[in-house]
Write a protein that binds this ligand. Structure first.
Ligand SMILES: [Zn+2]
Length: 220
């Protein structure tokens, strides 16, 4: 038995090493399918848009056992859906209106550094303005969260609420609501990934229409 690799030791990861890794990737891909790159070069039709955290431990394809071409991915700190974020909106618009994805999934993860930072009173610099959106989520659920005495459990619950509120944020966009109005098949979902077990939990907030949305957010 060889010794287990310490995943915290990244000292062997070098800039040049990534290019060697790329050659290995090509070799493996071509061994499994000689047409691998020819097919992918012809275009993409992923059925899923993934909005996840930028955290290096939550790569969309690996944790769902999917391959290149199968998931359209947008990642930022703490998997946020901010309605003035042109980057997120552009990805969403392209995914829904051009790629015609059937599902959009907001995936958070327990132990999220962004959520933990948002719960503290410390200043971190520019990022504080981004984390403010998570503080707003806390405020919405402050009564329940304040009552959780165990700090770990309180953080876990905010991670869950942050996913749920961002699912709602997606539903409030004109992009998603127009797709529903036009009869397009589109589900919006919220998941949380556990770093300690690798398991994904469904937050059970899947939405396929705007029926239960607060009236002020509904578009005709
Ligand atoms: Zn995170």
């Amino acid at each position: 038995m060889c010794a287990k690799k310490d995943i915290h030791d990244t000292s062997h990861i070098t800039y040049e090493g990534l290019l060697d890794g790329n050659k290995q990737f090509i070799e493996n891909a071509l061994n499994s399918d000689p047409e691998f790159f020819t097919k992918l070069a012809n275009g993409q039709s992923p059925p899923i848009l993934w909005i996840g955290c930028a955290d290096s431990r939550v790569p969309a394809n690996q944790i769902t056992n999917t391959a290149p071409g199968e998931i359209f991915v947008h990642r930022n700190i703490a998997n946020m859906v901010i309605h003035s974020d042109m980057n997120m909106l552009s990805v969403l618009d392209y995914a829904v209106n051009v790629l015609k994805v059937k599902h959009v999934i907001v995936t958070g993860h327990y132990g999220c550094g962004g959520v933990m930072a948002a719960m503290s009173n410390q200043q971190y610099g520019l990022i504080d303005n981004w984390l403010r959106h998570i503080k707003d989520v806390y405020r919405l659920h402050a009564e329940e969260l304040d009552a959780i005495k165990d700090p770990q459990k309180r953080t876990d619950r905010l991670v869950e609420y942050n996913v749920i509120e961002n699912v709602y944020n997606l539903c409030k966009t004109s992009i998603v609501q127009n797709a529903w109005t036009n009869g397009q098949e589109l589900g919006v979902h919220g998941w949380v990934y556990s770093l300690s077990t690798g398991l994904i939990s469904d937050m059970k907030v899947s939405t396929h229409n705007n029926e239960n949305m607060d009236n002020v957010f509904k578009f005709k």
